[in-house]
Each structure stands twice: as structure tokens, then as C-alpha cells.
Design a protein around this ligand. Structure first.
Ligand code: 1DF
Ligand code: MN
Length: 364
């Protein structure tokens, strides 16, 4: 019997048997809709940072996680890199082809977090200047988050402040662990303090899992976007919640992608078990993990235009906490938009998902 997988050998399929278009062929643009489509996890890179990566590889100074992540760039090749590098007409054309009104731009993983502190700080600042320049050219189409280098928390906090106050950026992106360290360590909390007082969010974007847990994933080819990314950011988010950081910074806003990296699905069990699993050195939390998820965490739909997963997350976190994202150029497909346009939710909630929540969370 024919099924959707065997009907045509040439046809490519996205998740769960859904057909997908080729982003390098002309696509049928999505229908006009009564809301702006704001995509909130859209990637870019500077030539200088890309060269820094090449140097790490050349000098054999890359750890297993970065080596594997670099493999993604190599495998996907020039088409992907061109799209990451372009901050002008090509990007705008791609946005038009998929009905995206605004891209919120985030320096792609692993950002500057694989470099030494000094180099990371200067590359981050230079990238923020370039990002601000692109936004000045296309103020209606682009907005962005500041890249920061957690290797020097004080410098990172100051760069976040400069990014927001001087450059008009809307928060910070941190590509998860920094050389194996997570933001639950109080040494990083200057960054939280700055974000909270500036009233801007921190987007914790995936990268490959930290050195202590990456090996079993790498061995099986599961360390990047297929699952390792999600496990890494879910761990990072739970680490922050269970550290008590959100009792110390109750107004801190944290954004995570990919449908909340599995956490909405697990919330009941996390709440239930945290009572028994709390380690002795941890502070007594003021609330349940699900309460912090509903107070401090926002999630985006990046790479997951799938109604069962996203409507589930909306039902447990609330309609105000879920924002649209495409994950350009990694998941640049018109279906990222059209499938989300068709979610079985009300018109008002669709406008929240695509537009209103992003405007509020990122002060657009
Ligand atoms: C991929 C996806 C690669 C995402 C990324 O960085 C990345 C991928 C190198 O599909 O291989 O950031 N992502 O955000 O899902
Ligand atoms: Mn992404």
C-alpha cells in the first residue's frame, strides 16, 4: 500500500508526513492575514565571527560540541551561510516570499561563547554595532537582540545596557552554556540584574550540549537540532528556575524557543518531583516550577509549526506566553508560516501569537 512517504521518492517531507517546499525554488507565498507576522528567533552571523570559527577549527581548538555544530554549517553549505550573512535585500526577499513582516535577529549559535573572554567581548560589541546598522536601514523589517559574552559577566551586563540604551536593541541572546557553564551560577547574575532593570528579556537559544553531556549525543548524531539542542536548553531553563534566581529577580523575562524545548509537556511531573529531588544546597523556592514558567518564561514556536505541540503549550502556559518564530534560515520554509496560520485557535489568539505577544515582550 502506498503511504505518504513512498508516493514520490523525490518529494521531501517535513515532520509527521507533512510535505515541505524547497526554499531554493519559488514558493507560493502565504495568504494575506489580518495580523503582522513577527518572527522572533531569526539567525544571522558576521563575517568576523565566522572567520573566528574557522580559526578554532584550523587550530584544532574546538570541543566536541562545537566541532559537531561546525559540521552543520559545512553540511548545509554556502546557501545557508549566504543567508546567515546577508542583512539586506536577500533576507528581505526571503521574508517577503514567506509573508514575514518583521524579523527579530539573534546572533546564531554558538555566538561568541566559544571564544576567549576578550575576543568574545569585542566580537559581540562589533556584531551589535553591525546589527544596529542593519536595523537603521530597515527599521520596519528588522529588530534585534544584543549578543553578549558571559565569559566576563560584568562586561556582558554593560554591553547589554549599551545595546538597549544606545543601539535600540530589545534584549540579549545567550546561546546556552558558555564553555560548560550555566546561568544558574550566581557569578552570571549581574547579567540578570541588568536585564531585569532594563526590562528586557534574555533569549536562551540552543547550542550543542555542554562537554559533560555531549558525548552520548555526538556518538549517535543527536547532538544538534534533532534533540541535543532541546535537552540543553531545557536543562538550562530548569537550572535557572531551581537555582532560585527567579526569586531573586522576579521580573526577569526569559525566552526559549522550539515550543519551550519540551518543558510545557513535562510541567506536571516537574512540579510533582521537584519536592523530592531538590538538592540540599538549593534554596527553598517560593513557587512551583510551573509558576515560574507562567511568570518569567516566554516560549516561541521556532521550528515547530505543529498545532498539537503548540496548542498544548498555549493551554498550560496561557495565550500570552507563546510567540511565533520561524528559525530562519535553518527552517526557512513557507510551511513554517502557513501551518501556523491554520492553527485551530481564535482570530484574536492568532494575532497574539504572531504579533501582539512579540510587541509586548520585546517592546517593538
Ligand atoms: C540548526 C538549527 C542549527 C538551529 C543552528 O545553529 C540553530 C540546524 C547552527 O537546523 O542545524 O541555531 N536552531 O535554532 O534550531
Ligand atoms: Mn534558532
Amino acid at each position: 500500500m502506498k503511504n505518504s512517504r513512498t508516493m514520490s521518492a523525490k518529494k521531501k517531507f517535513a515532520g509527521v508526513g507533512i510535505p515541505m517546499s524547497d526554499p531554493n525554488q519559488p514558493m507560493k507565498p502565504p495568504a494575506k492575514v489580518p495580523y503582522k507576522r513577527i518572527a522572533t528567533e531569526e539567525a544571522w552571523i558576521t563575517p568576523e565571527i565566522l572567520n573566528g570559527y574557522r580559526e578554532l577549527i584550523r587550530k584544532k581548538a574546538a570541543d566536541a560540541g562545537f566541532l559537531s555544530l561546525w559540521g552543520v554549517f559545512v553540511k548545509r553549505g554556502g546557501i545557508l551561510l549566504d543567508r546567515l550573512l546577508d542583512m539586506g535585500e536577500t533576507r528581505i526577499k526571503d521574508m517577503d516570499a514567506t509573508g514575514i513582516d518583521v524579523q527579530l535577529l539573534l546572533l546564531t549559535a554558538p555566538g561568541v561563547q566559544v571564544f576567549s573572554a576578550g575576543k568574545a567581548g569585542s566580537l559581540a560589541a562589533a556584531s551589535n554595532d553591525q546589527l544596529a546598522e542593519a536595523i537603521r536601514k530597515y527599521p520596519k523589517r528588522f529588530a534585534g537582540l544584543a549578543a553578549i559574552a558571559p565569559q566576563s559577566p560584568g562586561t556582558a551586563a554593560k554591553e547589554l545596557e549599551r545595546g538597549v540604551k544606545k543601539l535600540g536593541l530589545k534584549g540579549a541572546v545567550i546561546n546556552s552554556h558558555t564553555k560548560g557553564e550555566y546561568l544558574d551560577s550566581p557569578k552570571f547574575w549581574e547579567i540578570f540584574e541588568a536585564a531585569e532593570s532594563l526590562n528586557v528579556p534574555i533569549y536562551i537559544h540552543p547550542q550543542t550540549p555542554s562537554p559533560d553531556m555531549v558525548q552520548p549525543f555526538v556518538k549517535r548524531g543527536l547532538d544538534t537540532a534533532i534533540m541535543g539542542f532541546g535537552v540543553e536548553v531545557a536543562l538550562h531553563t530548569l537550572a535557572i528556575i531551581t537555582s532560585g534566581a527567579l526569586d531573586r529577580f522576579p521580573k526577569l523575562k526569559i525566552v526559549i524557543g522550539h515550543g519551550g524545548e519540551g518543558l510545557p509537556y513535562w510541567l506536571y511531573r516537574i512540579d510533582y518531583m521537584q519536592e523530592y529531588n531538590r538538592q540540599a544546597f538549593r534554596p527553598k523556592l517560593k513557587m512551583l516550577p510551573s509558576d515560574y514558567m507562567k511568570r518569567n518564561i516566554y516560549i516561541t514556536t521556532s521550528g515547530l509549526p505543529w498545532a498539537p505541540a503548540i496548542t498544548m503549550a498555549q493551554s498550560v502556559l496561557g495565550m500570552d506566553r507563546v510567540l511565533y518564530a520561524m528559525d530562519y534560515p535553518y527552517q526557512y520554509r513557507v510551511e513554517e508560516v502557513t501551518m501556523t496560520d491554520k492553527f485551530p485557535i481564535s482570530a484574536a489568539n492568532k494575532k497574539k501569537l504572531f504579533q501582539k505577544n512579540a510587541e509586548k515582550v520585546f517592546s517593538l
